[in-house]
Design a binder for this molecule. Structure first.
Ligand code: PEP
Ligand code: MN
Length: 365
């Protein structure tokens, strides 16, 4: 995959899990200063300070951000905490203003990631600089849109990249403000090696309770940092009041989290090596079994071709699915896993056999 620079190589002196904290929106210079003071008092200095300057609101009429003026207040943050500043940019004008005001890192919000025109316009505005860019997942669980946005920045030469996992909007599942859908950040990490993903539990949970649980889960899965909205007086916040925490609470949350050790620092123990070797061996056995299984499937395919039988037979499929799922569950495998595994194997079998039928009849190729 494309080469990119990890957070530790952004030239900002960041190490360990990246903790990004600060208000949903910059409101007044007093608010910014008070947050900084309380962060200092509580001995909770994040890796970066976040503040929304332009707020993408779902409906008009809400507070839409203080605009460029708020960027001047970031000097207060530099003065008190001396940490990098990150703001959201939603179009080329925002990007240019952020650059003019020496913002250290920009992020692209979920409502922008869905729009390739907007993403491209931001990428073009940032071209020629080496500002780090963090891309939030799009509103909808579309991995390609998320990767596509990262690729647009990469394509104009911006290589200091990271992703932010803020959950996905779901019309039915109201347990979360934005459903985490953990397979998405995992899959991003699978397909773009080394891409770091910062988890944003604030926008996933949408309220103060539950932030710790999601943040811990993110660390358990091996995500690379946290973005947590922090405000001196959350209840009076001009946006996202329900989900912001005080610096004192931020400290409690961070203290309670069991941060996992970064993988690079891991010296795999003999025990872990042995276990991994055992897994490698079993994977070889699994592949041998699959190879044999598909060889038999091919023979069934020939039989079906000779006897003019269709490939898919619902009764047989139902039997296979039900009996194997039951057996799997007895072996402590989850029902969901069994179903997905069987679908996957069956799908491949059906495709192979259909291909055989076509090969037998050149007219329909
Ligand atoms: C935010 O970070 O305040 C924000 C608007 O987030 P999102 O793009 O995740 O909705
Ligand atoms: Mn917010």
């Amino acid at each position: 995959m494309k080469e990119h620079k990890q957070i530790k190589d952004w030239g900002l002196g960041l190490t360990g899990p990246t903790i990004i904290a600060g208000p949903c929106s910059a409101e007044t210079p007093e608010q910014i200063e008070q947050i900084c003071i309380e962060m200092k008092e509580n001995n909770v200095i994040p890796s970066m300070f976040r503040a929304g300057i332009w707020k993408p609101r779902t409906r008009p009429g809400s507070f839409e951000g203080i605009g460029e003026e708020g960027l001047k207040w970031m000097e207060i943050v530099r003065h008190h905490l001396n940490i990098p500043i990150t703001v959201e940019v939603g179009n080329a004008a925002h990007a240019e203003i952020a650059l003019r005001n020496n913002v250290d890192v920009v992020w692209v919000g979920a409502r922008t990631t869905v729009n390739p025109f907007a993403v491209q316009e931001i990428a073009d505005a940032l071209k020629g600089t080496d500002i780090p860019v963090m891309v939030k997942n799009p509103m909808n669980p579309d991995l390609d849109l998320w990767i596509g946005a990262l690729e647009r920045f990469h394509a104009v030469g911006l290589t200091k990249l990271a992703a932010i996992h803020r959950g996905f909007s779901d019309a039915y599942d109201k347990r979360y403000r934005n459903k985490p859908n953990w397979s998405m950040p995992m899959h991003l990490k699978r397909v773009w090696t080394g891409m770091e993903v910062i988890n944003d539990p604030s926008h996933i949970v949408g309220k103060r309770d539950g932030i710790l649980e999601i943040a811990q889960k993110a660390m358990n899965f091996g995500l690379d940092g946290l973005m947590i909205e922090t405000h001196n007086d959350p209840d009076k916040a001009w946006s996202d009041a329900k989900q912001q925490v005080t610096p004192a609470r931020l400290k409690e949350i961070l203290d309670a989290i069991d941060f996992k050790r970064p993988l690079e620092s891991e010296q795999p123990s003999e025990r872990l090596n042995d276990l991994r070797r055992a897994v490698d061996h079993m994977d070889d056995q699994l592949l041998d079994i699959l190879q044999e299984r598909f060889a038999v499937i091919d023979q069934i395919g020939s039989h079906k071709r000779e006897h003019h039988l269709p490939v898919f037979q619902s009764d047989r499929w139902k039997d296979v699915m039900e009996s194997r799922t039951l057996k799997g569950v007895e072996k402590n495998l989850s029902e969901k896993f069994m179903k997905e595994l069987l679908y996957c194997i069956h799908e491949e079998s059906v495709k192979r056999q259909e291909k055989q039928l076509r090969a037998a009849d050149p007219v329909k190729k």
